[in-house]
Design a protein around this ligand. Structure first.
Ligand code: UDP
Ligand code: MG
Length: 167
């Protein structure tokens, strides 16, 4: 099995329900390593890029609102990268099926997910589905220096930036 990297998001419902600790405990069963972690405020641009493969789905607009925290009055997610042998499948297996009612009862989504009356699958966690998605998602959510391993090739460029510093 190849060493892989996978993007995990604890979605707004997971944060509001105070499930972070429980979910991290379940993920530790995979024995993978945490390579990066940060809280992120999700802009519409980030949400739409993350879920761009689903943009023609009828639930797309609600999905964007969901991941932006509009249904939970909490515009933040916990974004993480887990690394190790077969990481993508190991994490997907422990997350369970997309539809929380179809997910194995002891998977994370089976334990903590629900379908809202509007029909949105609030399934508490996102995990990359395959290596191509993982690369797209990791590069979207993280900069190279926020990750403790070299995950993909990088280059050094000169940039002139304005940075916010402590007053
Ligand atoms: N989703 C939904 N209704 C559906 C399918 C998906 O609300 O019929 C939501 C759900 O939150 C899911 C996300 O859209 O996690 C992304 O869908 P995808 O098919 O990529 O499932 P995942 O990779 O998250 O298992
Ligand atoms: Mg997916």
């Amino acid at each position: 099995m190849a060493r892989e990297h996978t993007l995990i998001l604890i979605k707004p419902d997971g944060l509001v329900k105070s499930l972070t600790g429980n979910i991290l405990t379940r993920l530790s069963e995979t024995k993978l390593e945490i390579a990066a972690a940060k809280m992120v405020r999700v802009s519409r641009e980030l949400a739409e890029e993350h879920y761009k493969a689903l943009k023609d789905k009828p639930f797309f607009e609600d999905l964007i609102k969901y991941i932006m925290g509009e249904f939970h009055e909490r515009n933040k997610v916990l974004a993480m990268i887990y690394t190790g042998e077969g990481a993508i499948k190991k994490v997907r297996d422990i997350c369970g099926a997309t539809n929380p009612e179809e997910a194995d009862a002891i998977s994370i989504r089976g334990q903590y997910g629900r379908i809202t009356t509007k029909g949105v699958y609030e399934n508490a966690i996102h995990a990359s589905a395959n290596p191509a998605d993982a690369e797209h998602e990791i590069k979207l959510w993280f900069k190279p220096d926020e990750i403790i391993f070299d995950v993909y090739p990088t280059k050094v460029v000169d940039v002139k930036i304005k940075e916010r510093v402590w007053a």
